[in-house]
Design a protein around this ligand. Structure first.
Ligand code: IMP
Length: 200
């Protein structure tokens, strides 16, 4: 049985403005008083784990202990089956310091190679941590197929090459509100809500 989340202050342990906005929007119906890690002067820990869940837990725990409050963190990325799940936890880093995702998408296709399988998953791990060190983790996944060349300019990161299963549009061609309802982050969030805010 997951630990319940009581109404009150919750730190969002992310320094990515887009993610903070998306998570804060998802939390609106639950009456949480949201505080952003950066506003509390909390440093961003280095992501040293080799799994999404490990990195999400590390970030949430650092914020919960630093602030003395419950904290929520997210770690996400693209896992391409033909290349052993890469870029995986390195998804952001493949964009380099300039966050050049045109180059990162080209690298994905180059590494898959001619005739390589195009199956991939977007994965999101959410971790909720309490100052006493307790952590609850939730994972959401969307399966899809990679296409080349990239299509659509609406999302971010690897969106223009990812077609979710059952659709013919890339995430870069889908309206952001629609994408947010079906995304790996939304799926992880649904699990968190069911476990930590749902009926007992
Ligand atoms: P994180 O901040 O370490 O979790 O980095 C996540 C990285 O994964 C982002 O910089 C993107 O490159 C990629 N990523 C995660 N979610 C998405 C998505 O919904 N669309 C496109 N790229 C994503």
């Amino acid at each position: 049985m997951a630990r319940r989340l009581a109404a009150g202050r919750l730190v969002i342990a992310s320094h990515n403005a887009g993610k903070v906005r998306e998570i804060a929007d998802l939390l609106v119906p639950f009456g949480m008083d949201i505080v952003i890690a950066a506003a509390l002067g909390l440093p961003e820990p280095e992501e040293t784990e080799d799994s999404f869940a490990g990195n999400a837990a590390l970030k949430a725990l650092a914020a919960a202990r630093g602030a003395g409050l419950t904290a929520l963190a997210d770690d996400s990325g693209l896992a391409v089956h033909a290349i052993g799940g890469r870029p995986g936890v390195h998804s952001a880093r493949w964009g380099g310091p300039a966050r050049d995702f045109q180059a990162a998408m080209a690298r994905v296709m180059r590494e898959i190679g001619e005739g390589g399988g195009r199956g991939a998953d977007f994965v999101c791990a959410l971790a909720l941590a309490w100052p006493d060190g307790h952590v609850e983790g939730f994972e959401g996944r969307v399966a899809g197929t990679l296409v080349w060349p990239p299509r659509g300019g609406r999302g971010f990161g690897y969106d223009p090459i990812f077609v979710p299963e059952g659709d013919s549009r890339t995430f870069g061609e889908i309206d952001p509100d629609e994408k947010h309802r079906m995304s790996h982050r939304a799926r992880a969030f649904d699990k968190l809500v069911a476990a930590c805010f749902g009926q007992e």
